[in-house]
Each structure stands twice: as structure tokens, then as C-alpha cells.
Design a protein around this ligand. Structure first.
Ligand SMILES: *Cc1c(COP(=O)(O)O)cnc(C)c1O
Length: 383
């Protein structure tokens, strides 16, 4: 067991947190009514709305991505409504349970793991039946598949009766998203993935159309996630409904500052280039990517082991070499592992991860040329 407490956490969230963000987490507490905090919360809400081109309301609240999923469903559907779940993996499927518990009529279109549901398949479903809402997972963290959310948005535009929900937990701040351009009605993410902040905050962006849908529902059964409970606070951050996550608000402000300093689009492009270079490096030492070419996420990879590698042994060797990676899920458990490469991670951290992979393969008895993956990555990044 590696005794180093500074192991590099390369799982698909939480991602490494840079010093300037950690410093915000360590600041002395302020009252939520303190005028300084009231201004800081105002700034976060406004900046997040601008970042995603949200014509309605951004809600940065305490909770994780899963609570954001509930908030999206709670405010846009009522018992008995038809919903369409577009699933490219484990996190797509999570919506099935959430929706069934609420008493919604659920239809699911699923892709083979590694592939994605096409806009044409979605269009056919939407033409067949009237849906109150549909969900699409921007990047499914079980498969590392990115969905064509802009193309799906064009289909959604032909069905104004259907609220288009995008789960951007493993995508936002690394995969280009523009709610207006893409016709997205509800988008959400969480702090610990590509925003590179500690876990504990989620953001729901609700379009004007979604806010209007909420108004048609009257009193909803859910309390904490009700838009109507939070709208007064979002409009006037000196108001109280439930205690905001003070230090996470500061940490997210610092994250947004870092993103805007790099430039939102430049950050997405840099993630894309990095992911492509990492893919070449993985393949150079015998790994196969689960996600097919053409739908590979910028934010993480699911890597299928070369013949004869034992998952537990490989991941133990990775830890010994200072890198924490994640196991694969469901039918890929034991056959693949997951590596995050999103947020405020650096080229140096990629090199550490790739070097650890080379050494861990060798520890598992696979012949590997040391430096092959690292060299491939650096050559690709230099292009
Ligand atoms: C991580 C993740 C979630 C769940 O978020 P939590 O913060 O763990 O609750 C939902 N959807 C996707 C795509 C994710 O990657």
C-alpha cells in the first residue's frame, strides 16, 4: 500500500483541486447574510448563467449531481406524465429509477455500451408519442461516451411540448455547451468534476421554458429542490431558504475565474486535444477505448485491458505508483478501468498517470516499452 498521502486522484470525479480553490475552502466562515457573502453569491449565480447562455435561472445549491437530477425531474413533470430517457450507460439509467419513483411513464432508448443513441432514433420516438420531458446524458461516466447534444437539440426544437434535460455532470466546463444555441431547457452539473472543486455543490440551469413549466404544476411534492423555494434567494441573495454552502460558493467563484481566464471555449478545446492525445497514448501500450471513435468524451476514458491483465492487481500497482484510478462498472467491471482527465489537471499530471500505467502493466507481467505512452502523448500534444 502506498503511504504517500499525495497520491494523484485521477478518477472521473472528484478531480484534483488546485491550491487557489483549496484556499477558498479554508477561509474563515461568514454569515450567509454578510454583505460580502451576499455579493459573492450574486456574482456566482450571474457568472454561471452567462457561461452556459441560460435565458432563465442558474441555481448553484448544496448537494450532489444526483440531487440535481431530482430537481430537473421534480420541477418539470407531474405524476402520470410520459418521459423519454435516452441512455448511453449507467448514469442514463439512473434517471429510470428517479422517474419511476415519481410515478412517471418511462420509455427508454439505450445504446450499446461504447456507442450512443442517435438523433434520428430520438426523433422517431418523439414523433410516436407526446413526452413531457426527455433526458440525455452529455457524458456518461460509465462509458466515456459523449452524446451529440447540439444535434439532439435540433430535434428537440421541433417538439416544444418536451422539456430537454441534459445531465452535464461529467461534461460541463470541458465539453462545449450553449443552452440557447442547443435548445437545452434544463442543464445541470456538480462541483467535483470538470469545475475542479470539492464535492458538495450542484448547479441546475433552468431555461425560461422550464421556469414556465414549473408554474403550471402548482404545489409539487418535493420541497428542497423546488424552483419556487429558491427563486426568491436567486433574485436576492440576502434572503434565506436553506443555508448556502458558503465556502463552496467561494471555491466555485475561483473555479469560474480560472475558467474565464483561460476562456471557456479555449478550455473545451484544450480538453479535446488532451483527450485525443491521451487516447493515442493508451493505444500505444495496448489498451482499447470502450467509447467508439467519434463519440469519445473530453473528460475521461474507459480503458479495456490488454489480454491477461488482472484488474485488482493493475489498480493496486497504479496506487503503488502514486495514482488512483477507478474500476469500470457493470458488465465492464474487471475488464476495464476508468481514468479521469478533466478539470484543472495539467500536462504533468497526465504524464504521471501514463507513466504509472506503463509501470503497472509491467508489474502485471505485460511487456511494455517504458516511456512509450508518455512519448506518444507528448508528441501528440506538440502537434
Ligand atoms: C457523477 C455523475 C452523476 C452523479 O453525481 P453525484 O455528484 O455523484 O451525485 C450523475 N451523472 C453523471 C453523468 C455523473 O458523472
Amino acid at each position: 500500500m502506498n503511504k504517500n498521502t499525495d497520491v494523484l486522484v485521477m478518477i472521473p470525479g472528484p478531480t484534483p483541486v488546485v491550491d487557489s480553490i483549496r484556499a477558498e475552502m479554508a477561509r474563515p466562515i461568514q454569515a450567509f447574510g454578510d454583505p460580502r457573502f451576499v455579493a459573492d453569491y450574486r456574482k456566482l449565480i450571474d457568472d454561471l448563467g452567462v457561461m452556459m447562455h441560460c435565458n432563465g435561472q442558474a441555481f448553484p445549491l448544496a448537494g450532489t449531481g444526483t440531487l440535481a437530477m431530482e430537481m430537473a425531474i421534480a420541477n418539470n413533470t407531474k405524476r402520470g406524465d410520459n418521459v423519454l430517457i435516452v441512455s448511453n450507460g449507467f448514469f442514463g439509467d439512473r434517471f429510470i429509477d428517479i422517474c419511476e419513483r415519481k410515478g412517471l411513464n418511462v420509455d427508454v432508448i439505450s445504446a450499446e455500451w461504447g456507442d450512443f443513441v442517435t438523433p434520428a432514433q430520438i426523433e422517431a420516438k418523439l414523433n410516436e408519442k407526446s413526452y413531457a420531458l426527455m433526458t440525455v446524458t452529455h457524458v456518461d461516466t460509465a462509458t466515456a461516451v459523449v452524446a451529440p447534444i447540439a444535434e439532439i437539440g435540433k430535434v428537440a426544437a421541433k417538439h416544444p411540448e418536451t422539456i430537454y434535460v441534459v445531465d452535464g455532470v461529467a461534461a460541463e466546463a470541458a465539453e462545449y455547451t450553449n443552452m440557447e444555441e442547443m435548445n437545452i431547457d434544463v442543464l445541470f452539473t456538480a462541483s467535483q468534476k470538470a469545475f475542479g472543486v470539492c464535492s458538495g455543490m450542484f448547479i441546475v440551469w433552468a431555461s425560461q421554458r422550464s421556469l414556465e413549466r414549473r408554474k403550471t404544476l402548482g404545489t409539487i411534492p418535493e420541497y428542497y429542490v423546488d424552483y419556487e423555494k429558491w427563486l426568491p434567494v436567486m433574485n436576492d441573495t440576502s434572503k434565506y431558504f436553506a443555508t448556502p454552502a458558503i465556502n463552496l460558493v467561494w471555491a466555485m467563484n475561483e473555479s469560474v475565474r480560472i475558467i474565464n481566464e483561460e476562456g471557456y471555449e479555449a478550455r473545451c478545446e484544450h480538453h479535446s486535444k488532451n483527450a485525443a492525445a491521451m487516447a493515442k497514448a493508451f493505444e500505444a501500450i495496448g489498451f482499447k477505448l470502450l467509447a467508439k471513435e467519434g463519440c469519445r468524451a473530453n473528460t475521461l476514458s474507459v480503458l479495456i485491458y490488454p489480454e491477461g491483465v488482472n484488474d485488482a492487481q493493475f489498480r493496486a500497482a497504479m496506487l503503488e505508483n502514486g495514482v488512483v484510478c477507478a474500476g469500470a462498472l457493470a458488465q465492464y467491471a474487471g475488464k476495464a478501468f476508468r481514468l479521469g482527465h478533466m478539470g484543472n489537471t495539467t500536462k504533468n499530471e497526465m504524464i504521471v498517470a501514463l507513466s504509472a500505467m506503463e509501470r503497472s502493466l509491467a508489474a502485471c507481467g505485460v511487456p511494455v516499452e517504458m516511456g512509450k505512452a508518455v512519448g506518444t502523448y507528448l508528441a501528440e500534444m506538440a502537434k
